[in-house]
Design a protein around this ligand. Structure first.
Ligand code: NAD
Ligand code: MG
Length: 355
């Protein structure tokens, strides 16, 4: 068992995140530690299905679960009402009941989609997360946020549903294309800037000499603590949105062609430069953050102008009345929330913008 790291998340309900190699092969017995045999609807996308679906189906069936599978086209473009509706009709057709469970097998898109379907089907059934990207391992599979995108913006319809369990098989990272791996590195670097200079420095220098299970465990431990203290994002949890105000604006301006992690990386670089030039940071942070992002194959600038970004960001969920809460780095490993009037958003973005 020493190959596995296990982290408890004490939310309601509480659950365990298990991280290590080979976990999909044994997911049936792994999930039996939390769940009695039930009907498990495995939701996955068209890229992940040929890689891992048979392994998961076989393991679940061998452990006594009855298994149904639903595959949707891979990509952010599927994270919408059309796919949600198809998943919900599928769950109803297969007659899942309140004692049954949804399994999200894939990246953040699958986790958000399957999690939201579980949150609303029969007013809520259980969901387990089986993350297969670095981004879903370090971030989206933990914390209970689920969502789909609307035409007006990203993640604008969703629900909170803490998973019943998270099994993170680190062997899955081996099949990730480099740019998808980099998306996860962006969220992990973000976590380093937020709270853990040691984690940040794992990404500096020779990129990815670092040890993914260690990175995942550090990110999940930090996120678990934040989510335990602020499950519904009333305060501290807003910190996790570092880089995301501009990041979401970039995604929106690109029609979601720029992937989430790449957009967050550019958003992080913009807010770091702004924090430095506006005197909010205690020490120079921007060059070090930009160098780290570049070393990990991530962008540090965006082609979209400050005006377009500010317009897109003013529709952000983090807006409250006439104010928006920004997450601002003070130094590597320490950030703060700064509420600014919406009218200051454009000057802030301009201060950090580089094309
Ligand atoms: P994704 O789920 O689209 O995965 C990226 C691509 O990698 C997809 O084409 C997928 O099919 C493929 N893939 C997945 N696993 C693979 C594997 N092991 N080998 C080869 N290919 C694989 O995207 P993502 O980057 O994982 O997640 C981004 C999404 O997560 C965004 O929609 C974002 O809004 C959401 N998100 C949610 C939260 C949350 O807390 N709920 C947090 C961060 C991000
Ligand atoms: Mg994110």
């Amino acid at each position: 068992m020493s190959d596995f790291k296990s982290i408890s998340v004490r939310t309601s309900p509480a659950y365990t995140v298990t991280i290590g190699p080979g976990l999909l092969r044994s997911c049936g017995t792994g999930l039996r530690e939390t769940l009695s045999p039930c009907h498990m609807a495995v939701i996955t996308d068209s890229t992940v299905a040929p890689l891992y679906l048979e392994t998961v189906r076989g393991s679940l069936a061998a452990a006594g679960f009855s298994v149904s599978t639903f595959v949707f086209p891979a990509g952010e473009g599927s994270k919408n009402f059309k796919t949600l509706s198809a998943v919900l009709e599928f769950l109803a057709e297969r007659r899942l009941t309140r004692t049954d469970c949804v399994a999200a097998l894939g990246g953040g898109v699958t986790g958000d989609m399957a999690g939201f379907a579980a949150a609303v089907y029969l007013r809520g059934i259980r969901c387990v997360q089986l993350p297969t990207t670095l981004l879903s391992a370090v971030d989206s599979s933990v914390g209970g946020k689920t969502a789909i995108d609307l035409a007006a913006g990203k993640n604008l319809a969703g629900a909170f549903l803490q998973p019943a369990a998270v099994l993170c098989d680190t062997d899955c990272l081996a099949s990730l294309p480099a740019d998808v791996f980099a998306d996860g590195a962006a969220e992990a670097i973000k976590t380093g800037v937020l709270c853990d200079e040691g984690l940040f420095s794992l990404f500096e220098g020779s990129a990815l000499a670092a040890d993914p299970p260690e990175i995942i465990a550090r990110c999940v431990s930090y996120k678990a603590g934040v989510v335990e203290r602020d499950e519904r994002e009333q305060g501290e949890r807003k910190l996790l949105n570092l880089g995301h105000t501009v990041g979401h604006a970039i995604e929106k301006c690109s029609g979601y062609a720029v992937p989430h992690g790449h957009a967050v990386a550019a958003g992080l670089a913009v807010i770091a430069r702004a924090a430095e030039s506006l005197g909010w940071a205690e020490e120079p942070v921007a060059a070090r953050i930009a160098a780290c992002l570049s070393q990990n194959g991530l962008p540090t600038a965006t082609e979209y102008g400050a005006e377009a970004l500010a317009a897109a960001a003013s529709a952000d969920k983090k807006r409250a009345g006439g104010d928006i809460t920004l997450v601002v780095p003070r130094r590597i490993g320490c950030c703060e929330l700064k509420k600014v009037p919406l009218s200051r958003l454009l000057p802030v973005i301009r201060a950090g913008w580089e094309g």
